[in-house]
Design a protein around this ligand. Structure first.
Ligand code: G6P
Length: 591
């Protein structure tokens, strides 16, 4: 989704803005642009990658500016639709994240008043509204303009000859980075890493005026105090560290991520979740995308360890039809903390009187503001659009939560905790198997379709394995509950339809072997994912990826890592832009 950055200080703004844009690329975008202010505004924008924009835009002189990466919603990716957008005088420039719902009505009104529009975007109404209300005070004009606007926004406004930048947020995140004789405004922390680790997370409805040495925040027309936070992520965390792609680095970071996340939970004096007045009789887990697959794994974990019924639901669906009693423990899982569908479901639950617990990776994100309680995962910045390490860290939060309240006897619980602590080594063993997995990927890369099948707790991993493959390799892949394959998808089985089968050493084992035989009998090649020491599977499958032995409840961890590598090497073999797949965004801030 769109990313924004603004700079004001005593340094040349252009390289800082372009560097910031490069660090925002991970959000997913199709065009980008930059505006710098001196006596006039200079704007360079196009439907190109940031690297290209940096090459083609001339060296601009100026110590204040704004920049944007756009993920098209209203109007195709093109130079004219790219941000920044200008008013009629060419003196007011705006970058915007979010969607203006009533832009058509506002646009008609402004056109009837003589304003000329050049783009198809919703954003363009904002600079024109600011122009309309400008009477020598930019902040007041922005305030007046935003009173007319319905929808979501994080905006930065730059005006030629004005001493400061004005920014505002509603339902879209915005942070201020505080430097030494310089300040930053950005949609998220990675944009400003390397410049400062001091940030202010703006609240809903905040309007802020930022100069090189001051930050003034107001809410409802009244100046408010702000709180400074220290960011724990470093610039190195958001770099490739010698890996060819961010995703490969992030896959390899997983032993560390498990250690950090569990380490924090284990050393905490209190349980990570305070169950307070929820009776722990039932649980609802909501999420989108890969986080939804973590929710599905969570359902199995909690049902097994707490013996209570759990519903795992897509947040995007729940917002429209879902209900939950206030006594149900409600958890939302969201890496970014900004997914619009997830936030909408959270607000609905809150209005219904539910206490919502957020599991997220991003400090200060919108989910943490809505939630009653937040459980942080310690994945560090995840730059690749396709989620990997955040998923594994989400599973750690769910394991720990379930083990904290499990109904198991002490000995069984302690032995599971011991196994949990060994997972970093087990994951490292999967990573050490990279060459063998990349061989399987070479084979898989020749196909255009694939099924992933699993049973029980690994059904969710079949879904996640298929999602990872389609996201980054563009192979059409479907995850299926192995027992369901014969109820329809069998019609598609043929030598052109490989099936990746997850074979766990649990009560589903025999049934999975039967399913594999059925698939083979219909001509589909089978790649099996199976535990070391499984003597039988080699005779049934065409190839086998082995994973280390773990307790069945932890098998999603090792299986996921193997499937992440399989997707990665398949995508690499096919020459795909792995970190930034076409049309996708890291953080989906629209419904
Ligand atoms: C996007 C990302 C996915 C992610 C999903 C949910 O689609 O590309 O990787 O799983 O959003 O994001 P969240 O931040 O809520 O976990």
């Amino acid at each position: 989704m769109c990313g924004i950055i603004g700079y004001i200080g005593d340094k040349q703004a252009q390289p800082i803005l372009l560097g910031g844009l490069a660090r925002l690329e991970y959000r997913g975008y199709d065009s980008c642009g930059v505006a710098l202010a001196g006596g006039t505004l200079e704007v360079y924008k196009d439907a190109v990658r940031v690297e290209k924009l940096a090459k083609v835009s001339p060296q601009l002189d100026g110590t204040v500016g704004i920049a944007h990466t756009r993920w098209a919603t209203h109007g195709e990716p093109s130079r004219v639709n790219a941000h920044p957008h200008l008013d009629c005088t060419g003196k007011i420039a705006v970058v915007h994240n979010g969607v203006i719902n009533n832009y058509q009505r506002l646009k008609q009104q402004l056109i009837s008043e003589g304003h000329k529009f050049v783009s198809e975007t919703d954003t363009e109404v904002i600079p024109h509204l600011i122009e309309k209300y400008y009477e020598g005070d930019l902040e007041k004009a922005v305030e007046a303009a935003l009173r007319e606007v319905e929808g979501s926004y994080a905006i930065i406004v730059l005006m030629a000859d004005e001493p400061g930048l004005v920014a505002a947020r509603k339902d879209s995140p915005l942070i201020i980075g505080i430097g030494d004789r310089e300040n930053f405004i950005a949609s998220d922390v990675p944009a400003i890493l390397g410049h400062t680790d001091r940030v202010i997370y703006l609240e809903e409805g905040d309007i802020v005026v930022v100069t090189g040495d001051s930050v003034r925040v107001s809410r409802d027309g009244v100046e408010v105090d702000w709180k400074e936070h220290k960011v724990s992520w470093s610039v190195e965390d958001a770099q490739k560290a010698g890996y060819e792609h961010f995703i490969l680095k992030e896959i390899h970071e997983q032993p560390r991520v498990i250690r950090d996340t569990l380490g924090e939970y284990i050393s905490a004096a209190e349980p990570i979740v305070d169950v307070a007045d929820t009776s722990l009789e039932s649980m609802l887990i909501l999420a989108c995308g890969t986080s939804y697959h973590a929710a599905l794994v969570g359902k199995y974990i909690v049902e097994e360890l707490l013996r209570i019924p759990v519903r795992a639901e897509l947040a995007s669906e729940f917002s429209y039809h879902g209900q939950s009693p206030a006594t149900t423990m409600t958890i939302v899982i969201t890496q970014s903390g900004e997914t619009a569908d997830t936030l909408k479901a959270m607000k609905k639950l809150k209005e219904a009187g539910c206490r919502v617990i957020a599991v997220t990776n991003v400090v200060g994100s919108s989910a943490t503001r809505i939630a009653e309680q937040t459980v942080y995962i310690r994945a560090g910045p995840e730059i690749s659009v396709a989620a990997t390490k955040s998923f594994i860290a989400q599973l750690m939060a769910l394991y720990w939560l379930a083990l904290s309240y499990s109904v198991l006897d002490m000995r069984t619980r302690d032995s599971l905790i011991m196994e949990l602590r060994q997972l970093p080594e087990k994951v490292q063993q999967v990573l050490n198997n990279e060459d063998m997995i990349s061989e399987c990927a070479r084979y898989l890369s020749k196909y255009e379709n694939a099924f992933f099948i699993g049973r029980g707790i690994n059904f969710a991993i079949a879904l996640e394995g298929a999602l990872k493959l389609k996201e980054i390799s563009y192979i059409h892949a479907e995850g299926y509950a192995a027992g369901e394959l014969k109820h329809g998808p069998f019609a598609l089985l043929s030598p052109d339809m490989p099936v990746i089968a997850i074979v766990a050493q649990d009560n589903t084992y025999e049934a999975m072997l039967t399913n594999i035989k059925e698939v083979k009998a219909r001509g589909s090649p089978v790649i099996a994912l199976a535990e070391e020491g499984d003597e039988v599977i080699g005779e049934l499958a065409d190839s086998v990826i082995t994973v280390p032995q773990v307790a069945p409840i932890f098998s999603p961890v090792v299986n996921t890592v193997a499937l992440q590598l399989l997707a990665y090497y398949t995508a690499k073999q096919r020459g795909c832009p792995i970190d930034f797949p076409r049309n996708l965004a890291k953080s989906v801030t629209v419904e």
